[in-house]
Design a protein around this ligand. Structure first.
Ligand SMILES: *[C@@H]1O[C@H](CO)[C@@H](O)[C@H](O)[C@H]1NC(C)=O
Length: 342
């Protein structure tokens, strides 16, 4: 029997015509978005940093993909103890001595006196022997167990029995920031939840080199390197702390980010990066005393700790690279009802 067409010819015409219209519309709107950029250039990207295993030494890259979960591979792995609690350099400062390098579809970890450990950069829930549910700073997440080999490697490096390494599964739910009450203080807050893997509370941390230079001028106890503060993006060409003042920025041709709230620092910044040990000085104490409260940011009365760096959420994904300009699209504005000085 000869094959017959199921649909009349007109249906095919209509289908191709609508596909063509969609294509033209898409091209036009992308072009229009490009024209919409009118922001002034306020800074340039100096460094791009990602930390595939939470708490390990930052990996610096020339360019990176910015996804809906923040930087590609940033905080994609986390180590849990035998009770299922996440572990960081706050308690195990030796973490920061572990070097990590992205090699194609794998990540290579290096620690003194140990063979390198290779980990796959893509895992679904069925790629491991079990899936765990756990919270990182009260924000729930899931992880797929990587391997016994990885557990043993970390157990030896950190001298820590019973730890287990988990990977954020590509088919798992994202962790969502608890935005309400954090950055609803800002005028530009648009109710968009930010999503991430195992970062503490926000997808992207931005810090400028001029801010660090200013801090080092004032805090003379120790020489502080950028590694202390674990930003994803280091900027240059702006004034100190200018990164705290942008409501919305575009980076390069594509990526758009929204300023969400200042980074409230914790004891992890007291770890000396090339020693893998707590300092006998306390930069945290300095920041708590000298960079907190309403004198610094009008909204800071909601945040207790010392502020250094600013958290951003991703509003448009794409690629960014070193040297890319940062355009200010909007100032950060605090809602008037949060402006009280107490
Ligand atoms: C805060 O800054 C002042 C002035 O620079 C300094 O004297 C003081 O020691 C700082 N606080 C801490 C805890 O370092």
């Amino acid at each position: 029997m000869a094959k017959e067409n199921i649909f009349p010819f007109e249906v095919y015409i209509a289908f191709f015509l609508s596909a063509f219209i969609c294509f033209i519309y898409h091209k036009f709107s992308t072009y229009k978005q490009h024209l919409d950029v009118k922001g002034e250039i306020v800074a340039y990207i100096k460094e791009i940093r990602t930390h595939p295993v939470k708490s390990c030494k930052p990996a610096q890259l020339q360019k990176i993909e910015v996804t809906n979960l923040g930087f590609k591979h940033d905080r994609q792995f986390v180590l849990l103890n035998q009770y299922g609690t996440f572990l960081t350099s706050r308690k195990y400062p030796k973490f920061v001595l572990i070097e990590q390098e992205i090699l194609g579809n794998e990540i290579s970890l290096r620690a003194e006196g140990m063979p390198d450990l290779r980990l796959p950069l893509k895992m679904t829930k069925k790629d491991g022997d079990h899936v765990a549910d756990f919270a990182i700073w009260t924000i729930k997440g899931q992880g797929v167990h990587v391997s016994q080999e990885a557990d043993d490697w970390f157990a030896q490096v950190l001298n820590l029995e019973g730890c287990k390494l988990y990977c954020f599964p590509t088919d798992g739910p994202p962790r969502r920031t608890r935005d309400k009450g954090q950055y609803e203080v800002f005028e530009n807050y648009d109710n968009t939840p930010n999503t991430m893997m195992y970062t503490d509370g926000s997808p992207v941390l931005i810090l400028s080199q001029p801010s660090l230079v200013d801090l080092n001028d004032k805090y003379t106890e120790e020489d502080l390197s950028m590694d202390r503060f674990r930003p994803n993006i280091v900027l240059e060409g702006c004034k100190p702390y200018e990164e705290d003042t942008w409501g919305r920025i575009q980076i390069g041709d594509d990526v758009i980010m929204e300023g969400v709230y200042p980074s409230e620092r914790c004891v992890a910044i007291n770890v000396v990066p090339d020693k893998g040990a707590m300092s006998d000085k306390s930069i945290l104490k300095y920041l708590n005393e000298n960079r907190s409260g309403p004198a610094f940011t009008p909204h800071a009365h909601k945040l207790k700790g010392g502020l250094f760096g600013f958290n951003y959420g991703v509003r448009k994904t794409g690629f960014i690279k070193i040297g890319d300009p940062v355009y200010k699209l909007k100032e950060l504005q605090t809602r008037s009802k949060f402006m009280k000085n107490d």
